[in-house]
Design a protein around this ligand. Structure first.
Ligand SMILES: NC(=O)c1ccc[n+]([C@@H]2O[C@H](COP(=O)([O-])OP(=O)(O)OC[C@H]3O[C@@H](n4cnc5c(N)ncnc54)[C@H](O)[C@@H]3O)[C@@H](O)[C@H]2O)c1
Length: 331
């Protein structure tokens, strides 16, 4: 059995650095920072687009976890020079401490059909979600390869990167399918030369965050409609079924410890307190069955009754229960 197939002892991450992109808006990245510092004793680098976001993350993490070192870094993952500068800041601030984990987590999402998405929407989505992940790999992986000690490199895709393309989410899903594929390639590329680096792709289902709102805010800042200095960390949005970022981070590290490559974080107990899972694996299987049959089941595009949602993805127990509780929500 190669090292890549063995379980991972998380205690070896204590005292090492966790680098998390897209950590400044109280979403998935923020949960990973808190878990790394609070449960694993890791030093933390919280990176995000705007100074206010990283200053706030840095201050809150330093206050909550005084026993570890914390650094907030303003960094646009679409800009390789900013990631190179981030690595220099990390080496300077943490001196000879080693990188234990990198989470290439920054992402954006616009909910529009292909025809209604502008080319700018597509470019922005692919640039952040795909090129941003590649830039993050290129910035940090060579440094990690210099160490013989075990470490983690985890990209964030989505369950949307594993299932059939759905209505209104084409640019997002195309980008996330690319992240799944490039992370599989990364695993193959370094498996024999750098087996000490465990590669994982995170595919969340429904986690509390303000992803859509943050994506719109960042687009407005880029078009000059609002100033970066006015952007504050987001309050998160929740629903009855979403995982908290804390429970989500727990599941991520549980699956890393179990050495799962596809970290599919379904909304299941004990990580949520309800019995309505997203049913990610069943929906992924449907895509596989379609492919083996050389067909595409697009029957979801023809709702059975008025009010039903046109979807191939939002079909599991969680979504059925949400529809039952609030039939108006999808109209
Ligand atoms: N929340 C969910 O249910 C869910 C489900 C599947 C996948 N995801 C993925 O999880 C990741 C985190 O999303 P989240 O839901 O926590 O939302 P979030 O908005 O809190 O996190 C995304 C972060 O990325 C940052 N960002 C955007 N562009 C950037 C850039 N160019 N450089 C640096 N940072 C940038 C944003 O400012 C934001 O803080 C994303 O990749 C998202 O696609 C989330």
């Amino acid at each position: 059995m190669s090292k890549q197939q063995k379980t991972f002892d998380l205690t070896q991450l204590k005292g090492k650095i966790a680098i998390v992109t897209g950590a400044g808006n109280n979403g998935i990245g923020w949960g990973l920072c808190k878990h790394a510092a609070g449960h694993l004793g890791m030093h933390v680098v919280a990176m995000d687009l705007h100074k206010n976001l990283v200053d706030s993350a840095q201050a809150r993490l330093r206050s909550a976890y005084p026993e570890v070192k914390v650094l907030g870094i303003e960094c646009d993952v679409t800009k390789p020079d900013q990631l190179a500068a981030a690595l220099i800041s990390i080496e300077t601030y943490f001196s000879d401490l080693e990188i234990g984990a990198v989470f290439a987590n920054a992402g954006i999402f616009f909910h529009k059909t292909i025809l209604k998405s502008s080319i700018e929407d597509w470019s922005a989505t692919l640039n952040v979600n795909v090129i941003g992940v590649i830039n993050t790999i290129k910035a940090f992986l060579p440094k990690m390869q210099l160490s013989k000690n075990d470490s983690i490199f985890c990209t964030t895709a989505s369950v949307g990167g594993l299932v059939r393309g759905d209505g209104g989410t084409a640019s997002y899903q195309a980008s996330k399918h690319a992240v799944v594929s490039l992370t599989e390639s990364l695993s193959f590329e370094i498996a024999s030369r750098s087996p000490q680096i465990r590669v994982h792709v995170l595919c969340p289902c429904i986690v509390e965050s303000a992803l859509l709102r943050n994506s719109k805010t960042n687009a407005k800042e880029q078009s000059g409609e609002i100033a970066a200095k006015d952007i504050e960390p987001s309050s998160i949005e929740t629903n009855d079924f979403a995982m908290t970022t804390e429970s989500h981070a727990q599941q991520v590290f549980d699956l890393i410890a179990a050495n799962k490559f596809y970290i599919i974080t379904d909304n299941v107990r004990p990580y949520v307190e309800h019995d309505y899972p997203f049913e990610a694996l069943a929906i992924v299987s449907e895509r596989m069955e379609n492919m083996l049959d050389l067909t595409l089941d697009n029957s979801g595009a023809f709702p059975k009754k008025s009010g039903d949602v046109k979807t191939a993805t939002l079909t599991g127990a969680m979504f059925r229960e949400a529809q039952k509780r609030n039939p108006q929500s999808s109209k």
